[in-house]
Design a protein around this ligand. Structure first.
Ligand SMILES: Cc1ncc(COP(=O)(O)O)c(C=O)c1O
Length: 489
């Protein structure tokens, strides 16, 4: 029950109620069932019972109370401590508060000096990210919706740069008649690389897939052979953090292959991109967990990097980061014009708003800056190391249970669990049955996947409020649910 001051103005009562509700919701995250109570059909049914498009409005506070009543049963506690589905970070209070202010200030970060604070904070936050991830000082970038969009931006920059070096201006002429461009990727890259390649008009057939090892890391020796055969301009996409196993491609060996190719074919013959949606943050684990940080050694040798702040760093959605060694190619790929876009003010700093695919957009820099200001480098290092400890603790508890096996080397925050199927049940159907039962039980939330042809359950540890006790409760819940489902007729 949220109490508001009945003497306050209508607007004030709205803000008080929303702040009170948000506070109660946040406090409930550790105790409420993690999965939503109803599915989207049930919510849609309730919504359809309302009037068709309402002809007349109602006071804002009533609208918001109605919205909460209708939506809350379908809210998944994604920022709670025992949510381990996909790779979904929680929400640091400082970042959430800054995000509220972002909406309150309602700056259009696409207009540069028209929103001077948004521009300056985004630059400052990006510089901190580059320093934290130990990337070259000159790196510049932009904040986008997520790693999907960041991969797209970086590969757009790569496409323009490589084709320009091959004598083709893709911004002017498009791709009809352009020199061939190849994209070398690991067999276990994230699908968003494929989507970015499709959106860029290169087509999936421009992809050459490099065999991966048992943990999902592309084999550098196979990459070296492919590069040797490659006379066309080529993008190499490496990965820091496999979405199933959390494994890291051997970035130093990959960077060596790229260097050798450059020595033979010229400095602009190849572009190295790293998709490090969550794994790139392992670099911040120094000094708390130097071995973890070392997994992403040599990432600084890439030309571009895609990552997220809404995963490991626990900035609220959406917060993706695209970074390039030199921003010119990114700017050329993304620039847009219009005399009306000028604010009339001189440009005083670098304009990250010009480097992304959007024009009007949210001022994402405030929340990212607040998260980093709150944690400091030491806090991020401790946080990243803690995720790995939680994952190890969970994996150990799983390994001690009959009928459960951890399939991956738990090097970071991801744990892939294989279940012995119930007698007479097909493994994929059994895995889904257990996932659903686990979600319905409410202690935690994990999601299914398929890894090396086997149905598995993935657990991802990237919430700052998760404790080892939570990790153990999650392992216990899985064992309990399996026993219940085994006993079910
Ligand atoms: C390696 C990798 N790349 C890209 C993505 C896509 O990130 P986003 O959902 O933020 O666009 C993910 C998501 O988990 C990922 O793990």
């Amino acid at each position: 029950m949220v109490v508001v001051d009945s003497e306050a103005s209508e607007d004030e009562r709205l803000w008080q109620w929303v702040a009170g509700y948000a506070q109660q919701y946040r406090s409930s995250l550790g105790v409420r069932p993690v999965a939503a109570g109803v599915d989207s059909r049930a919510i849609a049914q309730k919504l359809s019972e309302l009037d068709a498009l309402p002809q007349s409005g109602k006071p804002a506070l009533e609208c918001i109370q109605e919205l909460v009543a209708l939506a809350e049963p379908g809210i998944t506690s994604m920022s709670g401590p025992r949510f381990a589905g996909w790779v979904v970070g929680g929400t640091l209070p400082a970042a959430l508060a800054a995000d509220w202010l972002t909406s309150t200030w309602d700056q259009n970060a696409g207009v540069g000096e028209g929103a001077p604070a948004a521009t300056a904070f985004e630059n400052a936050a990006l510089a901190w990210v580059a320093a934290l991830l130990r990337l070259p000082e000159a790196v510049k970038g932009t904040l986008v919706t997520g790693a999907m969009s960041a991969n797209f931006c970086c590969l757009a920059a790569a496409r323009g740069h490589l084709l320009e070096a091959a004598g083709w201006d893709v911004q002017q002429h498009g791709l009809f008649g352009a020199p061939a461009l190849r994209v070398l990727v690991g067999n276990e890259r994230h699908e968003t690389i494929d989507k970015a390649v499709r959106l860029l008009g290169l087509g999936k057939r421009s992809l050459t897939c490099i065999e991966a090892d048992g943990q999902g890391r592309l084999r550098p020796s196979v990459l070296a052979r492919e590069l040797d055969r490659c006379a066309d301009p080529v993008v190499v996409c490496a990965q820091a953090g496999n979405v199933n196993s959390g494994s890291f491609d051997s970035l130093s060996e990959i960077a060596d292959c790229v260097t050798r190719h450059r020595e033979r074919h010229g400095p602009s013959s190849v572009w190295l991109h790293i998709d490090g949606a969550f794994g790139l943050w392992a670099r911040a684990a120094e000094p708390h967990a130097p071995a973890l940080a070392a997994l992403a050694d040599a990432a600084e040798r890439a030309d571009s990097w895609a990552t997220d702040a809404h995963k490991i760093l626990n900035v609220p959605y959406d917060s993706g980061i695209a970074l390039c060694r030199e921003p010119r190619s990114l700017r050329r790929a993304m620039e847009t014009g219009g005399a009306y876009l000028d604010s009339g003010q001189p440009r005083t700093t670098f304009q990250p708003g010009l480097l992304g695919p959007e024009l009007s957009r949210r001022a994402r820099g405030f929340a990212l800056w607040a998260a980093l200001r709150h944690l400091g480098a030491a806090g991020v290092s401790e946080l990243v190391a803690r995720y790995a400890e939680n994952a190890r603790c969970f994996a150990q508890a799983i390994g001690g249970q009959a009928g459960l096996r951890v399939l991956n080397d738990v090097c970071f925050n991801q744990v892939v669990v294989l279940l012995d199927a119930k007698a007479g049940t097909e493994p994929a159907a059994w895995t889904i049955q257990v996932v659903r039962a686990l979600q319905a039980e409410g202690t935690c939330y994990a999601t299914p996947s398929s890894w090396h042809g086997r149905p598995v359950i993935r657990f991802s540890f990237c919430n700052a409020t998760t404790t080892q006790e939570d990790a153990l409760r999650m392992a216990g819940a899985l064992g309990r649910v399996i026993a219940e489902e085994q006993a079910r007729e």
